[in-house]
Design a protein around this ligand. Sequence first.
Ligand SMILES: Nc1ncnc2c1ncn2[C@@H]1O[C@H](COP(=O)(O)OP(=O)(O)OP(=O)(O)O)[C@@H](O)[C@H]1O
Length: 278
Amino acid sequence: MRAVNFDLDHVSVRHRTARPGLPPALQGLSLRIAAGERLAVIGPSGAGKTTLLHLLACAQPPSAGRFGVGGSAPWSLPRRELQRLRGRLFLAPQVPPLPPRQRVVTAVLAARLPALGLWASVRSLFYPHDIPAAFDALDRFDLGEKLFERVDRLSGGERQRVGLARALLAPAQAWFVDEPLSALDPTRSRQAVTTLIAGAQERGATLVASLHQVDVALEHFPRIVGLRDGQLAFDLPAAEVTRERLARLYDRFEHELRGEGAAAPDAPVVQPVVMHCR
Ligand SMILES: Nc1ncnc2c1ncn2[C@@H]1O[C@H](COP(=O)(O)OP(=O)(O)OP(=O)(O)O)[C@@H](O)[C@H]1O
């Protein structure tokens, strides 16, 4: 499967529901992400990390500037083609949208729906079509024994890992993963991030992750994009992200840099967000 590249040329994003007078969530961002590249997006709360991932996954349109995916402007495509493109992009929200009463096997295999026809999709809701593949994906996140568990019987950390296991089954060429480690303890975090990276590399998929754990970002991602107040603060190889740059990026948000205020491992589950991208 061929990976895709992304081009942002002075892109701004304003949320439709944003209060008038507030600056856009992203302002004049210019970035180029090559096919198969791996990068982490860091920055304090409200910097625009989630908005950037939603833009890249074609879940959120730009309000200004030029945004291209694989050489075409997604928001100018006919609706059906835009849908097809979205099927090649996998967005993993921080809180995965897993139906609470569903079995884990069904929830994980749902990642394949963009590649299935209508009848196969409906059928797969009742008869999981590839149980071994679901087991393998879960097992890589140490969750193989939860295959037939109901989603609402999982801890917050387990749900988050189920959400990540979906990436391994998605027919996608680019993965956008929003704070994948927020409900995981340090050991699980390391396991999850190495599994994600290995999975993306096996497929040659582009991987963009927003991370609050700056140490994990610097250790595992060769390129780091720093956002602050919706603007690009820096775009550098990890080795060039110095303490001074981080101190400037997190000025007045030092507690976030120290990891304070993060969700406790396996914290109580927050209600899943509704995804509008497919
Ligand atoms: N649906 C929305 N409607 C209106 N404003 C929004 C919406 N989503 C985000 N924003 C605003 O856009 C800005 C960027 O938010 P975003 O969620 O992208 O930041 P973030 O860096 O991911 O933050 P966090 O680390 O807290 O998740 C913030 O000012 C936020 O309040």
